[in-house]
Write a protein that binds this ligand. Structure first.
Ligand SMILES: [Zn+2]
Length: 238
């Protein structure tokens, strides 16, 4: 098996921004620098074509980071804590997502993929809110590949050339998939796993999720969502 190259790059995180929402007055991003055929499936070490959704190889830095972050989140049991319960139940919009261990179930159901090797469009990956509409989503997102967002650090948004997308998550049903970026793996924390699970659970994009969680809009990146989960006592610190 090919070893995973862990490229060290001087970048800050954009976090997990690209779920396309209905508040699409202006595009959230303006395109990616094409490089290394990121929209074409890569062969595996045996020369077989990889499927569109690729699981992280066991033992790679990405797989290790994902499992340690998820374990720490679940073992902390903070999603069941009185503080987390009080926070979710303090607002009726939020409270609907708390009973019956929905947070833990969303984390448990989440299927984590290696985004850099997953040559799948945002449309096919289900990364658009219902309110955008399937027709518009298809037109906008059929050529936007997850692999191109994550395969190569040079494939960053043109307007955010020094930033990295850490994760992107499915909000269309079944809303279980999350794609994580090996090049942003150092930014994957327990609260990142919960942040992505919240996309899966609520089927909302970042701004709608911020509103639900009582976070001010307009942050520099979406790490405010994970930070909020730590502050209110639903996720452990890294
Ligand atoms: Zn997000």
């Amino acid at each position: 098996m090919a070893a995973e190259v862990d490229v060290v790059v001087d970048i800050s995180r954009l976090e997990d921004v690209p779920v396309w929402g209905h508040m699409l007055a202006a595009p959230k991003f303006i395109g990616f620098i094409p490089s290394d055929d990121c929209s074409k499936p890569k062969p595996d070490a045996q020369g077989n074509q990889l499927p569109p959704k690729v699981l992280p190889l066991t033992g790679t830095p990405l797989a290790n980071r994902l499992s340690s972050s998820k374990d720490k989140l679940l073992l902390s049991n903070l999603m069941n804590s009185p503080a987390c319960s009080a926070y979710f139940n303090s607002d009726p919009a939020r409270a609907q997502y708390y009973p019956n261990s929905q947070l833990q179930v969303a984390v448990g159901r989440q299927v984590q993929y290696d985004g850099a090797d997953s040559v799948i469009s945002m449309y096919d990956a289900g990364m658009w809110e219902d309110a955008l509409g399937a027709t518009r989503a298809k037109a906008l997102l059929s050529d936007e590949y997850i692999s191109c967002h994550m395969r190569n650090p040079s494939n960053m948004m043109l307007s955010d050339i020094n930033r990295v997308i850490v994760a992107e998550s499915q909000v269309q049903l079944p809303a279980t998939d999350s794609y994580y970026n090996r090049y942003g793996k150092n930014y994957i924390d327990p609260s990142t796993i919960l942040h992505e699970a919240l996309h899966n659970l609520t089927r909302l994009d970042d701004d709608d999720l911020r509103k639900l969680l009582g976070i001010k809009l307009g942050g520099n990146d979406t790490s405010d969502i994970g930070a909020k989960m730590e502050t209110v006592g639903c996720a452990p610190k890294p």
